[in-house]
Design a protein around this ligand. Structure first.
Ligand code: FNR
Length: 400
């Protein structure tokens, strides 16, 4: 028996959740399968085929979706023994925030196609555990309403940089005013990838005016319309499709963003070490190594395979800029591997969307509780008490 008092900073996520589930207590009965694969299957049965395909799908052959997952299987954790893991602390400091664990929810657009409460349900679930929610520009609810649902819990805002500079500035200023703590600029989706599932249906939720709440509520956007979107949605949609993307952006445009916000700026979608070095040179506050879950470039490198060289490039530039990671995180072991390879935190994507489809806010909360429990136990059983103790020496690479 452990005779020491647990530190208040350490919460035994693993044991708490196991106890709750084995006792069949509250939170164990929302119908959310424990198995991640069964969860996706259950969500598939609930969602319409086109909504499921929109979430599940990727670019082209979906080879990069598969590669994202396969890349994790090439690394193996080598557990250490006799290391007193009785007191664990999963918390991390990230861009001025103190987070309970190195975990965030990735920006996912149009959540209304998955659940009627959409981003509000997800924001509440994340806030109940102090896990930051990253709200997409392509959200189904205006950013101010989502900020309110987050309460005092931290949230970040993901920017799709519009062709109209005034519109971009307006979104960023609104996000800062609403209390978001960072701006995540997504760089890998200035065009929509060639997604065979969506093209086959054919289905693009934006054409049903889903996922456009941040535009339709924006004063600059509305100022360009003869009649408000509520009265003439077709005209609003036409205008949106003319301004939503900006394919001629370059690194120097970052200065524009800095002129409009004092918030930390992160770049999402970095895969090349030279781009990581440029991010350091341009004074960016953080980067997210990601291939958008394999939804943009068919044949793109698996995000995990891109991570080590990027971490090395940032180190070589003598920078402390945090490197975050997404694309393929499904279980605790995946987070341990990504952190050991140098990620400061990981973002969950499709994983929480299946929870949302199955049981709304409660489904997302349970997804997070299960994930944190699995992460906590995998970390402890591997011989580590905190994310900061992880390094590549915790892993071996499987022979090819
Ligand atoms: C996304 N992603 C995304 N990213 C972003 O920056 N803005 C967005 O609006 C969206 N929208 C979106 C919708 C859906 C349905 C999916 C599945 C993904 C990408 C997301 O933030 C993240 O990079 C991936 O989801 C990570 O891959 P996995 O772990 O979900 O496979």
């Amino acid at each position: 028996m452990d005779h020491r008092t647990p530190s208040p900073a350490s919460r035994p996520y693993g044991l708490e959740r196991q106890t709750q589930i084995f006792a069949g207590g509250p939170g164990a009965d929302s119908g959310l399968p424990i198995s991640v694969e069964l969860r996706e299957e259950k969500a598939r049965a609930i969602l319409s085929p086109r909504a499921y395909d929109f979430v599940r799908g990727g670019a082209g052959s979906e080879d990069t979706c598969r590669a994202n997952l396969a890349a994790f299987r090439r690394w193996r954790i080598v557990p250490r023994m006799f290391r007193d893991v009785s007191r664990r602390d999963l918390s991390v400091e990230l861009l001025g925030l103190s987070l309970p664990a190195p975990v965030l929810l990735a920006p996912i657009g149009v959540q209304s196609i998955v659940h009627p409460e959409a981003e509000l349900a997800v924001a509440r679930a994340a806030a109940s555990l102090g896990i930051p929610f990253v709200l997409s520009t392509a959200a189904s609810r205006p950013l101010e309403a989502v900020a309110e649902a987050c309460g005092r819990a931290p949230a970040w805002y993901q920017l799709y940089w519009s062709r109209d500079p005034e519109m971009t500035a307006s979104l960023v200023v609104r996000a800062e005013r609403a209390g978001y703590k960072a701006i995540v600029v997504t760089l890998d989706a200035n065009l929509l990838g060639w997604r065979e599932r969506d093209l086959s249906h054919p289905y693009l939720p934006f054409l049903d005016a889903e996922g456009l709440a941040n535009y339709f509520s924006d004063p600059v956007f509305r100022g360009h319309l003869a009649r408000p979107p509520e009265e003439d949605p077709a005209a609003a949609l036409r205008y949106w499709s003319s301004v939503y993307s900006h394919t001629s952006l370059t690194w120097d445009d970052l200065r524009f963003l800095r002129r409009h916000t004092r918030l930390p700026v992160l770049l999402k979608g970095i895969l090349h070490p030279e781009d990581a070095a440029l991010a350091v040179r341009y004074g960016v506050d953080g980067i997210i190594v990601s291939n958008h879950g394999g939804r943009q470039v068919d044949g793109a490198v698996a995000a995990l395979d891109a991570l080590p060289a990027i971490v090395d490039a940032v180190r070589a530039a003598r920078s402390e800029m945090p490197v975050l990671f997404d694309s393929g995180i499904r279980r605790g072991a995946d987070a341990v591997i990504a952190l050991a390879l140098g990620a400061r935190a990981v973002l969950l994507g499709r994983l929480f969307v299946w929870g949302l489809a199955i049981a709304g806010e409660q489904g997302v909360r349970e997804t997070l509780l299960n994930f944190l429990a699995d992460f906590d136990l995998t970390l402890a059983l591997s011989g580590y008490r905190s994310p900061s103790e992880l390094s590549p020496s915790a892993l071996v690479r499987e022979a090819a």
